[in-house]
Design a protein around this ligand. Structure first.
Ligand code: AMP
Length: 493
């Protein structure tokens, strides 16, 4: 199959050619011909499959005729995070360079004034995160009743982040005659319901998960005697030193761990930068750029910050923590070993990770992952002989079944947790996850009833804490209780 066979118009083809693509990816080959005919498309595909071009190219093609009216965008692309929105906007600029289509990017962290001015001039394509879009709508700066094409990208992430009600609302604000291109990596029941409600006889296009991971990836685990974080950091550095790391991503489950690991690596002279949702948007963008440019060789990341981003091929992935959701393991290690090149993925496994590790094995359909035997190295580490510090997971495994249900590693708890996550629980700030969070949906942006935590006489309560999966568990205990906070357990080296 060639791009020329997809029915795209010459100016789009020229831009694609200049992007250096030889042939369409499977999702492009299957989705584009239907999309340019105006049909609804339900694309089940992950990042890395070329899905962005599979909706941007037909969008440009279809919008090439016609003009935008003030405040009435002709098309709408909704993405869950600012970074993704920015990436889609970049793609639009790349593929649309021979068209005079106007675009506005509505994301948090950018002044309303500039965005309003663009909307006022009229835009063909509006790329937005849901909350910021609804903010503009509610301020009367935007009308959605001229939207001819609506794209929903990464619906599964929207679900994870509690944005399905926003998406429903946005759908309802657009004309039912619109064309809808809807993409999701997975089809949870809530997503299926959404597609049944808002898509009209969609063409279903499914491309294989880069799931059970490329054969070009060497996977290894290092078993650790306990959950001592200092030992984990020592082992991580040993792995980095022993392997020929050109560039690598180190995944941690919690933002706090991301910060600590990045700092520790920097202290030991390694070129590392953290990326997670509590860091300023400008810092995250700068980090990504430096990593793409090869200026930074190690990215220490949370899953939420890294997922969906077009991060270039890396030589190594290090799972500093066993992921809480086993699917994330596939996403994480899929960052290496792309396009037939070889890559290596290491994972540190502590006794407290037993269940999470088993869950990973089940997901990748393996009985075990080969062990990188560092027992001698570990035995010589002073901290390794310390009384094992009990990690959250250790403590949880030791507790009864009731508390076990709170264990983030439990697959069984994943669904209820997802359902419970709502915008109200998300603090407005600058995380990618909150790229969305900052955009409180209309409903939840009604003045929320003042929730007051007991914080002492005369003290204001803290705003409700977020419940993202990469900080799950950090907000559960008020005061010390029987829980020794992780920061007290972390021996800083
Ligand atoms: P996506 O899944 O849309 O995030 O795309 C992943 C990466 O694949 C991006 O860096 C695109 O530039 C690249 N890409 C998209 N389509 C093609 C293609 N047909 N051939 C080669 N690379 C592509």
């Amino acid at each position: 199959m060639r791009f020329e066979d997809l029915g795209l118009e010459p100016k789009v083809l020229k831009a694609v050619q200049e992007a250096g693509y030889d042939s369409p990816t499977p999702i492009q080959a299957e989705a584009i011909p239907h999309a340019i005919q105006g049909k609804d498309v339900l694309g089940i595909a992950q990042t890395g499959t070329g899905k962005t071009a599979s909706f941007v190219l037909p969008l440009i093609d279809r919008l090439s005729k016609g003009r935008a009216k003030a405040r009435m965008p002709r098309s709408l692309i909704i993405t869950p995070t600012r970074e993704l929105a920015a990436q889609v906007a970049e793609s639009f600029e790349k593929y649309g360079k021979y068209h005079k289509l106007s675009m506005a990017l509505l994301i948090g962290g950018v002044s309303f004034g500039d965005q309003d001015a663009k909307l006022q001039r009229g835009v063909d394509v509006l790329v937005a995160t849901p909350g910021r879009l609804l903010d503009h709508f509610e301020r009367g700066k935007l009308l959605l009743n001229n939207v001819q094409i609506m794209v929903v990208d990464e619906a599964d992430r929207m679900l994870d982040m509690g944005f399905i009600p926003d998406i429903e609302r946005i759908f309802n604000l657009t004309p039912f005659t619109r064309q809808t291109l809807f993409f999701s990596a997975t089809m949870a029941p809530e997503i299926t319901r959404l597609t049944e409600q808002f898509l009209s006889a969609p063409v279903r296009v499914e491309v294989a998960k880069p799931a059970t991971t490329a054969k070009t990836i060497t996977q290894k685990v290092v078993h650790l005697p306990n959950g001592n974080d200092k030992v984990k950091r020592d082992v991580l550095r040993k792995l980095i030193a022993d392997t020929e790391v050109q560039n690598g991503i180190i995944f941690c489950n919690r933002k706090k761990t991301v910060d600590i690991v990045a700092k520790s690596l920097q202290k030991h002279g390694l070129n590392a930068r953290p990326i997670h949702g509590d860091l300023a948007q400008s810092f995250r963008m700068e980090t990504l750029q430096k990593f793409r440019d090869g200026e930074t060789s190690l990215l220490v990341a949370s899953d939420v910050a890294a997922r969906g981003l077009d991060i270039p091929e890396v030589s190594h992935v290090f799972n500093f923590d066993v992921p809480i959701h086993s699917d994330d393991y596939v996403h994480r290690i899929g960052r290496t070993g792309r396009a037939g090149r070889s890559g290596a993925a290491f994972m540190l496994v502590t006794p407290g990770d037993k269940r999470a590790y088993e869950s990973v094995l089940k997901t990748i359909n393996m009985d075990a992952i080969e062990e990188e035997d560092l027992s001698t190295f570990i035995a010589d580490l002073p901290a390794a002989s310390d009384k094992p510090k009990r990690t959250r997971n250790d403590r949880k495994s030791a507790r009864g079944k009731k508390e076990d249900t709170e264990q983030p590693n439990s697959e069984a708890t994943e669904k209820p947790k997802r359902k419970r996550r709502s915008r109200k629980e998300e603090a407005p700030e600058t995380s990618p996850e909150s790229a969305v969070a900052e955009q409180a949906p209309a409903k939840s942006r009604k003045p929320a009833p003042q929730r007051r935590a007991v914080t002492g006489i005369g003290q204001q309560s803290e705003p409700p804490k977020r419940r993202y999966k990469d900080d799950l568990g950090e907000n559960k205990v008020v005061g010390l209780g029987d829980h020794v906070p992780a920061f007290l357990q972390v021996p800083l080296d």
